[in-house]
Design a protein around this ligand. Structure first.
Ligand code: GDP
Ligand code: MG
Length: 430
């Protein structure tokens, strides 16, 4: 998905204005790339129409190139389609009962265990219910998970009727107080009438406070039909997207969200118990666009406690860059960090790794500059560049490249920062 959109937008780069023909071509590319990412036809069409309307209505901003402007609109629209703000499930002080439904293999059982661990860590007292009345192995899987996270598991019997399950649950809760009950249900490989009926009946009897449809992010095109059917037949209140750690590019999320209009509340990001995160629409939108995951970067940065005064992107100097490079190095692999910075990730070739020696050379270049030069590289004329190259044991070309990259990064960050101060665009060096 991202590559096509990027290619389409890149074509517009460097042009002064967007013509209507340009916009049409770009929108067609965006639609194609959505379809390629397994977004349903209907969803792709609606998405592109919304982008078109906004692009035509948008004022031409001085601070942004047409390409940046379209990219921004596509980004904003993606965030909106994915739900806008991050949303967490409603939790009362007690009496919470969550119903987990979805196709077989989507990750219901695993996610039930993850949720139990997640809320137990927040001080809740969860109870897991293994309500698969057909597969003892499925119940055993949940029992093992429960033991692992230290949460009790109530198991239904083979073929147990919903009324019996409800009664046993009530009985259990009279001697073992629990404020969050998570009910893991049976799944089928495909949408199945009999199962829908059973789930609807169980739901009617148990009266859950939330019903989550668990969707494998790799489902692709199928996600639309699956979400629609579960919502119509069982009724859902939220979505949980699993296996986002795979190659999935977001097509399923877009479709499921579009057709149900229900919030995506959590994302599964690994097979492990701790592999569950609140779902952030802006993060997935950034990933889809290949802008990198700036929020994650910011959190990492916070963890290391970046020092120095706050700056606006326009005030960033080469000195800041070096300070940040040194600090970032403390955070881990330089390549990983770079990939999280919007714009930078786009510029990196696939399989990109960072040569730490090259970083040292960059550092040497900056250190060979005078304080004045570092603060304002515009004064760097040919003779100064020559002096710096000699002083740092590098070449004039390397010095030129560093300055060019720096200026480009700076101006990009400046224009991005102007966009409503959105979290995802906040200056990583500030
Ligand atoms: P269920 O049939 O819906 O209960 O699905 P399971 O919970 O049994 O999960 C099916 C498979 O998907 C298992 O191998 C899980 O380990 C795996 N799985 C579930 N969630 C995730 C996830 O977020 N990431 C990854 N990589 N694997 C997951
Ligand atoms: Mg299961």
């Amino acid at each position: 998905l991202s590559q096509r959109i990027r290619a389409a937008v890149d074509k517009l780069r460097g042009r002064g204005r967007i013509s209507e023909a340009d916009l049409k071509t770009t929108l067609r590319e965006i639609r194609m790339s959505l379809l390629e990412a397994d977004v349903n036809f209907e969803v792709a069409k609606a998405f592109v129409n919304a982008v078109q309307e906004k692009a035509l209505g948008a004022q031409v901003l001085e601070s942004l190139t047409p390409a940046e402007q379209i990219l921004t609109i596509v980004y904003e629209e993606l965030v909106q389609t994915l739900g806008g703000e991050a949303k967490q499930p409603t939790l009362k002080s007690e009496g919470n009962l969550w119903f987990m439904v979805g196709l077989q293999g989507s990750g219901k059982t695993t996610t039930s265990g993850k949720l139990a661990a997640f809320y137990k860590a927040k001080g809740r007292r969860p109870l897991l219910v293994a309500a698969d009345t057909q597969r003892p192995a499925a119940r055993e899987q949940l029992r093992i998970l429960g033991e692992k996270v230290g949460v009790p598991v109530l198991e239904v019997a083979d073929g147990e009727r919903p009324e019996v399950t409800a009664r046993r649950l009530r009985e259990h809760l009279t001697f073992d107080y629990r404020d969050l009950v998570i009910v893991d249900t049976a799944g089928r490989l495909q949408i199945d009438e009999a199962l829908m009926g059973e789930l609807a009946k169980l739901k009617e009897v148990l009266r859950p406070t939330e019903t989550f449809l668990v969707i494998d992010a790799m489902t692709g095109q199928e996600a639309l039909g699956v979400s629609r059917t579960f919502d119509e037949r069982v009724g859902i209140s939220g979505l949980i997207l699993t296996k986002l750690d795979g190659d999935a590019r977001g097509g399923a999320a877009l479709s499921a969200r579009y057709v149900t209009q229900k919030p995506i509340v959590f994302a599964g990001v690994s097979e492990k118990i701790e592999g569950l995160e609140p779902f952030y629409p802006d993060r997935l939108a950034s990933r889809i666009l290949g802008m990198g995951d700036l929020q994650t970067l910011l959190e990492k940065a916070k963890a290391v406690e970046l020092e120095g005064p706050l700056k606006t992107p326009g005030e960033i100097t080469l000195e800041d860059l070096i300070t940040q490079m040194r600090q970032m190095r403390k955070m881990g692999s330089f390549a990983d960090i770079l990939k999280m910075i919007p714009g930078v990730s786009r510029a990196l070739p696939p399989g990109f790794t960072v040569d730490e020696k090259a970083i040292n050379r960059l550092e040497a270049i900056v250190l060979s500059m005078t304080r004045e030069e570092r603060r304002d590289p515009r004064i760097l004329n040919a003779s100064r560049r020559k002096r710096i190259a000699a002083g740092s044991g590098t070449s004039v070309q390397e010095v030129n490249r560093l300055i060019k990259t720096f200026e480009e990064t700076k101006s990009m960050m400046k224009s991005l920062a102007k966009q409503k101060g959105r979290g995802a665009f906040r200056n990583p060096f500030g």
